[in-house]
Design a protein around this ligand. Structure first.
Ligand code: PLP
Length: 436
C-alpha cells in the first residue's frame, strides 16, 4: 500500500484534538486547594493537609511511615542522610535513571557507582551489582524506571549478604507492584516524586517512606534543619497554630529545609483519589499499544515481568533495524522516525539521551569544587568508563518514548491509541519515504 506520509505532504493520521493534557485538574482538585486556603493554614511540619497526605500515602503503599518533602530529590537526599551515608561512602545505582538519583548521593558527600541495566526491563541488572561492591559500599538504590519494578528479591539478597541499605527510587512508580507488593516499602527506605509530569502530580513535591522507626526519626530531623521537632510534644504543637510551639532552636545534625506545604498536600490528596483509576487507564492504553505495535517488524514494546505491574510513566519501545533491512545507524533512523511519527500527530519523545555517568558532572568529577567528594581522602578512586554500561548506551540509541510530559499515556482515550497504532503502521509501511 503506497500512501503519502504527512512528512511528505499527506494528511496526518492523528487528530490533534484527541489528545488530553497532563496533569488533569478537576473541580474536586480546585475545591481541595480552596479548602486548604480557607483554613488559613498554609504550611507547618504537622499541618493538617500534610499529615493527612502522609497517613493516606503510607496506607496506600502499605508502609508504616511517610514524610512529605518538597521534591523527590529532597526525599532521596533525606534517605541517604537518614541511612548515615556520608563522606567517602559509595552507593550503587543504575546507569539509566534521572540525574537526581545520583545527585542525592553526591549531596551527602558520598560517591555514586553505576551498574548497567537489564536490556529487557531497563532496570539495574542484579547480576552485575556484586562485582561493584567495595569495602566502602553502603547502599544500593534500585530505580523502578518508567514504573517497571526493579528485581527486588536478588537485590535484597545481595544487600543482606553485604549489610547494605536498600533505598528504592520509586519517583516514577506510584502504585507499581512487585510480586503483589507496592514498591517503595520493600527496601529499607523508599521515595516518590509528585512533580507535575508524574502519575501522581501535585506541581512539585516528594515523599519519603520507611517501615523503620529510627530511619523515620532521622529523616524527620534532616528535612527540618536537623532539629528534633516532634509532633508528640503536644506543648510544642497545636494543629491550629502549626508554626508556633516550644521549639528549642537547636540543631542536632546537618539538615536542610525540605518540608512541603499545605496547598501541594491538598492537591496531592485530591489527585491520589484518582490514582488507581488513572493507572488502570494507562495500563489499558499500554496494553493496546503493545498488542498492536508488537506486530510491526522491528518494534519491541516494553517488557513488564508477569509478577509485576507498571504505571508506564514512560512507554519506551525499542527499534531493531535487521528485520527492516535498514542499514543506517539506528540513532539516525530514530531521528527520521521521530520526525515521521510526529508529522502524523503521534506524541513521541526522547527521555535521557546518554547514561547518567556520561554526563559532564561525572566525566569531569568537579563536584563541590576541588574534586570533592571524589577526591576526599577517605574515598577510593571511582571513575566512570562508559564501556561499563553497554546495555544502557544501546538502549539510549535504539529506543523512543510514545507520549510526552504534556501528553503522556495516562489520560488518553483508547480512540487516540488506535490512531497512534494506525500512524505507526502507516509509517512502517512507507519506510522509503521516511528514509528519503
Ligand atoms: C528516577 C527519578 N528519581 C528522582 C527524581 C526526582 O524527583 P523530583 O523531580 O521531584 O525532585 C525523578 C524526577 O523526575 C526521577 O525520575
Amino acid at each position: 500500500m503506497t500512501d503519502t506520509l504527512a512528512i511528505r505532504g499527506g494528511t496526518p493520521v492523528v487528530p490533534k484534538e484527541l489528545h488530553h493534557r497532563w496533569p488533569v485538574i478537576t473541580a474536586e482538585d480546585k475545591a481541595a486547594v480552596q479548602t486548604a486556603l480557607d483554613s488559613g493554614i498554609v504550611s507547618g511540619p504537622y499541618a493538617p493537609q500534610t499529615k493527612a497526605l502522609e497517613e493516606e500515602w503510607a496506607r496506600y503503599c502499605g508502609v508504616r511511615h511517610a514524610l512529605t518533602t518538597n521534591s523527590g530529590t529532597a526525599a532521596l537526599h533525606t534517605a541517604v542522610a537518614a541511612g548515615g551515608i556520608g563522606t567517602g561512602d559509595q552507593v550503587i545505582t543504575t546507569a539509566f535513571t534521572f540525574l537526581a538519583t545520583a545527585l542525592a548521593v553526591l549531596q551527602n558527600n558520598a560517591i555514586p557507582v553505576f551498574v548497567d541495566i537489564d536490556p529487557r526491563t531497563y532496570n539495574i541488572d542484579p547480576g552485575k551489582i556484586e562485582e561493584r561492591i567495595t569495602a566502602r559500599t553502603r547502599a544500593i538504590i534500585p530505580v523502578h524506571i518508567h514504573g517497571c519494578p526493579a528485581d527486588m528479591d536478588p537485590i535484597l539478597a545481595i544487600a543482606r549478604k553485604h549489610r547494605l541499605l536498600v533505598i528504592e527510587d520509586a519517583a516514577q512508580a506510584h502504585g507499581s507492584t512487585y510480586k503483589g507488593k507496592k514498591v517503595g516499602g520493600i527496601g529499607d527506605m523508599g521515595i516518590f516524586s509528585f512533580q507535575a509530569s508524574k502519575n501522581l502530580p501535585a506541581g512539585e513535591g516528594g515523599m519519603f517512606v520507611t517501615n523503620r522507626e529510627e530511619l523515620k526519626e532521622r529523616a524527620n530531623r534532616f528535612r527540618m534543619f536537623g532539629e528534633d521537632v516532634r509532633e508528640s510534644d503536644k506543648k510544642a504543637f497545636d494543629p491550629a497554630r502549626p508554626l508556633d510551639g516550644a521549639r528549642e532552636y537547636n540543631s542536632l545534625m546537618m539538615g536542610w529545609m525540605y518540608r512541603s506545604n499545605e496547598l501541594t498536600a491538598a492537591l496531592c490528596r485530591s489527585q491520589l483519589r484518582r490514582l488507581d483509576a488513572s493507572l488502570e487507564q494507562t495500563r489499558r492504553n499500554a496494553a493496546y499499544l503493545s498488542e498492536h505495535l508488537g506486530k510491526i517488524p522491528g518494534v519491541t514494546p516494553p517488557y513488564i515481568p508477569s509478577d509485576c505491574t507498571s504505571g508506564f510513566y514512560q512507554y519506551r519501545l525499542r527499534l531493531d533495524l535487521k528485520p527492516l533491512g535498514v542499514t543506517i545507524p539506528v540513532k539516525d533512523f530514530r531521528l527520521k522516525l521521530l520526525a515521521a511519527l510526529g508529522a502524523e500527530g503521534v506524541e513521541v519523545s526522547l527521555w535521557q539521551t546518554i547514561p547518567v555517568p556520561a554526563q559532564t558532572l561525572f566525566q569531569e568529577r568537579t563536584g563541590y569544587g576541588l574534586g570533592c567528594p571524589w577526591q576526599c581522602p577517605l574515598g577510593e578512586e571511582v571513575k566512570y568508563d562508559l564501556a561499563e554500561y553497554p546495555e544502557t548506551m544501546k538502549l539510549l540509541e535504539d529506543s523512543l518514548v510514545v507520549g510526552s510530559h504534556t501528553f503522556p499515556l495516562f489520560p488518553q482515550p483508547l480512540e487516540l491509541m488506535k490512531k497512534y497504532v494506525e500512524a505507526f503502521q502507516r509509517v512502517f509501511a512507507n519506510l522509503g519515504q521516511v528514509l528519503a
